[in-house]
Design a protein around this ligand. Structure first.
Ligand SMILES: C[S@@+](CC[C@H](N)C(=O)[O-])C[C@H]1O[C@@H](n2cnc3c(N)ncnc32)[C@H](O)[C@@H]1O
Length: 267
């Protein structure tokens, strides 16, 4: 079991920054082809659907398509199922490393999930091959692991009595440079669009960047510490972040966040 699964997800904490997290999901969605998405007899899959909020937007945007959200987290699936959804949106428990669609897919969509899957790139050709000609594979992953938000997490992990416990924690898996995804997907694609966006996220409040990562990348670290260690580690991390991401004169902290987008159309 990898660390992403070992550390339970807290859907409410994750959704605290829902606006910032939804925006890239919508940017990715804007590149989906409605003709493909609404093809009869086929479904849109939302892989690593989390709390299901993006699955519901997919269903609203593509009114003829069944949408199937797949996730391995019981906590996230419980949240997803607790919201009102029409009969077209369903959620299934499943591991992305063993994903095989029950219903033939038109689109395989995934927002901010595959960075948690070790060697995720190895699964991408199989996903594209599961699509019909013209079908779309659409994936967004954060590529912020070299930024201070994540580098300082690793630094704080070694800066206290918690260091031994945190030495073995594997956080977010590396997301590689765009060319590597291009090389793997191009031979199977009729068209392939890869781009990056750096969102200048304006955050407010105390420890805003630590609060943001607390809902995602920080989880595997916090999960293995006791309460006292959690406090020490979190305060150390938040202190380092305050220097890297200073609050501006209007009270806003800008948190630049790089994300990688891939949209491949099956040849
Ligand atoms: C950061 S959340 C994103 C949720 C949703 N896609 C969104 O944009 O709001 C990442 C999700 O990926 C799921 N996940 C991570 N590894 C997974 C795996 N191997 N199989 C299935 N789901 C996985 C987690 O359970 C979590 O719900």
């Amino acid at each position: 079991m990898n660390d992403a699964k070992a550390a339970a997800w807290d859907a409410n904490l994750y959704l605290k920054f829902a606006d910032h997290r939804v925006r890239p999901a919508l940017d990715l969605m804007s590149r989906l082809d409605p003709e493909i998405a609404n093809r009869p007899g086929r479904a849109i899959y939302d892989l690593g659907c989390g709390a299901g909020n993006i699955s519901r937007i997919l269903a609203e945007r593509f009114p003829a398509a069944p949408v199937i959200g797949v996730d391995s987290s019981d906590e996230m699936l419980a949240k997803a199922r607790s919201q009102t959804v029409g009969p077209r949106v369903t959620f299934a428990k499943g591991d992305l490393t063993r994903f095989a669609p029950d219903v033939p897919p038109s689109i395989l969509y995934s927002n901010a999930a595959y960075q948690w899957v070790e060697n995720h790139i190895d699964y991408f050709p199989g996903l594209l091959k599961a699509l019909p000609s013209g079908g779309q594979l659409a994936i967004q992953m954060p590529r912020n692991h070299e930024a201070p938000s994540h580098a300082l997490m690793r630094q704080a992990a070694t800066a206290g009595p918690w260091r031994d416990k945190l030495a073995k924690v594997g956080g977010i898996r590396s997301v590689w440079e765009p060319g590597r995804y291009y090389d793997v997907l191009k031979p199977l694609s009729a068209s392939l669009d890869i781009w990056e966006t750096i969102y200048q996220q304006p955050l407010t409040g105390k420890d805003p960047v630590a609060q943001f990562t607390a809902g995602s990348g920080l989880r595997p670290y916090m999960a293995v510490l006791n309460e006292e260690e959690q406090k020490g580690f979190y305060d150390t991390y938040a202190g380092l972040l305050a220097e890297a991401y200073p609050m501006r004169s209007d009270g806003i902290t800008l948190f630049p966040f790089r994300r990688l987008f891939i949209v491949a159309r099956r040849a």
